[in-house]
Write a protein that binds this ligand. Structure first.
Ligand SMILES: CC(C)(COP(=O)(O)OP(=O)(O)OC[C@H]1O[C@@H](n2cnc3c(N)ncnc32)[C@H](O)[C@@H]1OP(=O)(O)O)[C@@H](O)C(=O)NCCC(=O)NCCS
Length: 252
C-alpha cells in the first residue's frame, strides 16, 4: 500500500535535492548509489577496469573500446607479432573461483604464427595458463570456462567446443615434447590435435593427451587420464580412462 505521508516526504526530499543542485540529484540516483556500493565492497574493480583498459589498448589499439578482454590485475597475454588473437565476444582472465584456490591471475602466451580463436564469452580462471607454441592453434567456444590452475599446452591444435566446463588442475596437452623410439612403432607422432566437442564436463585434476576426441555431452570423472577417444554422451573414469556409463547427459 502507498503511504501518503511517505510519498509527501519523498516529494519534499526530491524538491530539496532539486534546489540543492545537480550534485545532490546525482547522489540521490539509486542506480549510482548501487554502483558506488558495489565499488566500495570490491575496491579491486577499479584497478581491474583500468588494467583491462590498458590490456585492450595494447592488444587492439583503437578498437580498445569494445573491451574484448576483462582481466584481473596481474593477468597477462604475451603475444608474438605474427600471432593472431580473435575474440568474438569477450575473454575473461583470472578472477575468483571456488574459494580462491589459487592466485587471481591467468596467463596466455601466443608464440609466432599461432592463432587463438575465442568464439564467444570464455572464462579462464585464476592460475590458468594457455600456451601456444609456434604455428599452433586453439579455438574455444561460447560459454566455456576453465577453472583454477589448469594448463592448456598446444603445439599443434586444440579445439574446445561451447558450453564446456573444465575443472581445476586439469592438463590438456597435445604434444609429448619428446619422441619415444621403439622398433614396433614406425610413426611415433609427437603432437596430434585434440578435439573436445560441445558441452563436455571435465572433472578436476584430469589429463587429456594428444590425438583424443571427446564426444559432446560426455563427462570425464575426476583424476582421469584420457588417452583414447571418448564417445558422445559417455561417462569415462580412471587411468587410462574407460567408459563406465553410456547415454548420459549432465546439467550445468
Ligand atoms: C563423474 C562424477 C560426477 C560421477 O558421479 P556419479 O554419477 O555419482 O557416479 P558414481 O559414483 O555412481 O560412479 C559410477 C561408477 O564410476 C566410478 N567412478 C566415478 N568417479 C570415478 C573416478 N573419478 N575415477 C574412477 N572411477 C570413478 C565409480 O566407482 C562407479 O563404479 P562402479 O559402478 O563400478 O561402482 C564423479 O565421479 C566425479 O568425478 N565428480 C567430481 C566432479 C568434479 O571434478 N567437479 C569439479 C567442478 S566442475
Amino acid at each position: 500500500m502507498n503511504d501518503p505521508n511517505n510519498n509527501a516526504n519523498n516529494d519534499e526530499n526530491n524538491e530539496k535535492n532539486h534546489k540543492r543542485g545537480f550534485g545532490f540529484r546525482l547522489l540521490g540516483n539509486p542506480k549510482l548509489r548501487k554502483a558506488v556500493r558495489i565499488i566500495r565492497n570490491n575496491p579491486k574493480l577499479i584497478i581491474n577496469a583500468v588494467y583491462s583498459f590498458f590490456i585492450c589498448l595494447i592488444l587492439f589499439g583503437l578498437r580498445f573500446y569494445r573491451f574484448l578482454v576483462i582481466a584481473d590485475f596481474g593477468s597477462g597475454i604475451r603475444k608474438a607479432r605474427k600471432s593472431k588473437l580473435e575474440i568474438q565476444k569477450r575473454l575473461y582472465l583470472g578472477g575468483r573461483y571456488i574459494g580462491e584456490q589459487s592466485g587471481n591471475c591467468a596467463y596466455m602466451k601466443l608464440s609466432e604464427n599461432s592463432t587463438c580463436r575465442i568464439q564467444g564469452r570464455v572464462k579462464l580462471g585464476p592460475g590458468v595458463r594457455v600456451i601456444l607454441e609456434p604455428g599452433a592453434s586453439i579455438s574455444i567456444g561460447d560459454n566455456t570456462y576453465v577453472t583454477a590452475a589448469s594448463i592448456i599446452h598446444c603445439a599443434s591444435s586444440i579445439s574446445i567446443g561451447s558450453d564446456c566446463a573444465i575443472a581445476w588442475g586439469t592438463t590438456i596437452l597435445d604434444t609429448d615434447f619428446h619422441s619415444i623410439v621403439y622398433e614396433d612403432r614406425k610413426h611415433n607422432s609427437i603432437s596430434k590435435p585434440i578435439v573436445i566437442e560441445d558441452k563436455v564436463w571435465i572433472g578436476c585434476n584430469c589429463t587429456i593427451l594428444k590425438g583424443v576426441t571427446i564426444g559432446s555431452n560426455s563427462v570425464i570423472a575426476a583424476n582421469s587420464l584420457v588417452n583414447k577417444d571418448v564417445p558422445p554422451n559417455s561417462l569415462v573414469a580412471g587411468n587410462p580412462a574407460k567408459v563406465i556409463k553410456t547415454n548420459i547427459s549432465w546439467l550445468v
